[in-house]
Design a protein around this ligand. Structure first.
Ligand SMILES: C[S@@+](CC[C@H](N)C(=O)[O-])C[C@H]1O[C@@H](n2cnc3c(N)ncnc32)[C@H](O)[C@@H]1O
Ligand code: SF4
Length: 415
């Protein structure tokens, strides 16, 4: 483990053991200490849709097999939860709808998008999907409802590897056709790939990248395999291989003139949205089963059980099941990791957020980064050097693996 990964795993384990249990929260309790200005400045809303047509064994997100009736019941509660926040004065303008597979019940998604557009002045909506849940008509509809970014999860385009990872249902030809269509219709079309599966070869990954580059995919987002930190898989992550995959990725992206927007996300143009909304938004609300909120200095996570989520909403409660107060130093570390992952830290943004210079609050961390030669700076910003991409990426992999650990625990116990 490198120094950043080591640090993240250490603080992540402390974080996991210090979460407080809750069984729903009355609205006013969740808003304690929140000022009107905090509400006004919270512009980002995450919405979770936990349904898929089949369940991939490697995936730790909260997801259940799709059933039309329970999806309809669930979307009803989502609108109610949204109303609770709007009633408090939240005025979100940036929405990220993740899953699961948000497009799985397209009529319900449509209604939700209309509901959002009717109530909020929206700048952009991002939606996750898979190729098999999309077609031209759906893509045009999504665009008309302010979906500016769509990510299509492919993970791999290789037939054998798709079978190895439990996605044998993914058909190569129709996946490529859908990606091409979406690429023409949606402003920022991104395709998700995963690297470092046990049986994956560098050649398979290279071929996937070549295919996506050849069809001029606007954006490619590449995740290292994220196991939960307590699983055998985590101890056994083959970091040497991971680094080989990552170096190959950097070479390929550079030679095809893709620009990094994060350490893992590469775009053909500079002004494209990326997947990591947490980089730009230091406060956000997450609604739906397993939604995560970061509200000022409070972390909240909603129930993973759809039945419990529905029941808590019916009782007029915010469906949180775990919470934690975050200290200034925890928040500053979180800020540092996220913004380095997004390749740039604005000194002014840090100062506005923490009321002090970044050099004062994160002196030791920045000194270490300088000694490692992974950052450079000018008057306004601190930038991550290419030399630091892999290192910060493995810190982010560890951070997301910690979240996956929490997700797996809460989902398996139906909390
Ligand atoms: C929550 S999924 C939704 C996408 C869609 N349901 C699909 O099947 O592609 C969003 C993305 O997370 C990534 N992902 C899921 N599980 C992962 C894991 N264990 N490690 C790395 N990335 C993962 C995949 O790239 C996936 O496309
Ligand atoms: S990768 Fe996508 S389709 Fe597969 S289980 Fe996860 S959310 Fe569902």
């Amino acid at each position: 483990m490198n120094i950043i990964e080591n640090f993240v795993v250490g603080s992540g384990k402390k974080f996991l053991s210090s979460l407080n249990e809750r069984e729903g929260a009355p609205l006013d309790a969740m808003q304690k200490g929140i000022q009107d200005n905090d509400i006004k400045n919270t512009k980002m809303l995450y919405i979770h849709i936990p349904f898929c047509r089949s369940l991939c064994p490697f995936c730790s997100f909260n997801r259940y097999l799709f059933n039309k009736k329970s999806a309809e019941e669930y979307f009803k509660r989502l609108r109610k939860e949204l109303d609770m926040y709007i009633g408090l004065g939240y005025n979100f303008d940036t929405i990220y709808i993740g899953g699961g597979t948000p497009t799985i019940d397209f009529d319900e998604l449509n209604m939700l998008l209309e509901y959002l557009n009717d109530r909020l002045k929206i700048k952009s909506i991002s939606v996750e999907s898979t190729a098999r849940e999309l077609n031209e008509e759906k893509l045009v509809k999504l665009k008309s409802l302010k979906v500016k970014r769509l990510s299509i999860g492919a993970q791999t385009l290789d037939k054998k590897l798709s079978r190895d990872i439990g996605r044998g249902w993914q058909d190569y030809d129709s996946t490529i056709e859908t990606i091409k269509l979406a690429n023409d219709i949606i402003d920022t079309l991104s395709v998700d790939l995963i690297f470092n599966f046990n049986t994956q070869t560098l050649e398979q990954f290279e071929k996937d990248l070549d295919t996506l580059i050849n069809i001029k995919t606007k954006q490619i987002t590449n995740y290292p395999l994220l196991p939960s930190i307590y699983s055998e898989n985590f101890k056994n992550i083959n970091r040497e291989n991971e680094k080989r995959f990552y170096n190959l990725l950097l070479d390929k992206m550079e030679s095809a003139s893709y620009k990094p927007s994060t350490v893992w996300c590469f775009s053909k143009k500079n002004d494209m949205l990326s997947d990591e909304y947490i980089i730009e938004y230091d406060s956000y609300i997450g609604i739906g089963s397993s939604g995560i909120s970061l509200l000022k200095n409070h972390f909240y996570i909603n129930s993973f059980s759809v039945a419990k989520y529905n029941a808590l909403i019916d009782n007029g409660k915010i469906p949180v099941v775990r919470e934690k107060f975050l200290s200034q130093s925890e928040l500053a570390d979180y800020f540092l990791l996220n913004h380095l992952f997004g390749l740039r830290i604005s000194k002014e943004t840090f100062k506005n957020e923490f009321g002090a210079s970044i050099y004062k609050v994160l002196y030791k961390e920045l000194l270490t980064a300088k000694l490692l030669n992974i950052i450079k700076e000018d008057n306004k910003n601190i930038y991550l050097n290419k030399k630091g991409y892999y290192m910060v990426g493995s810190g982010m992999r560890a951070f997301l693996s910690i979240l996956n650990t929490l997700r797996e625990e809460l989902r398996s116990k139906q909390i």
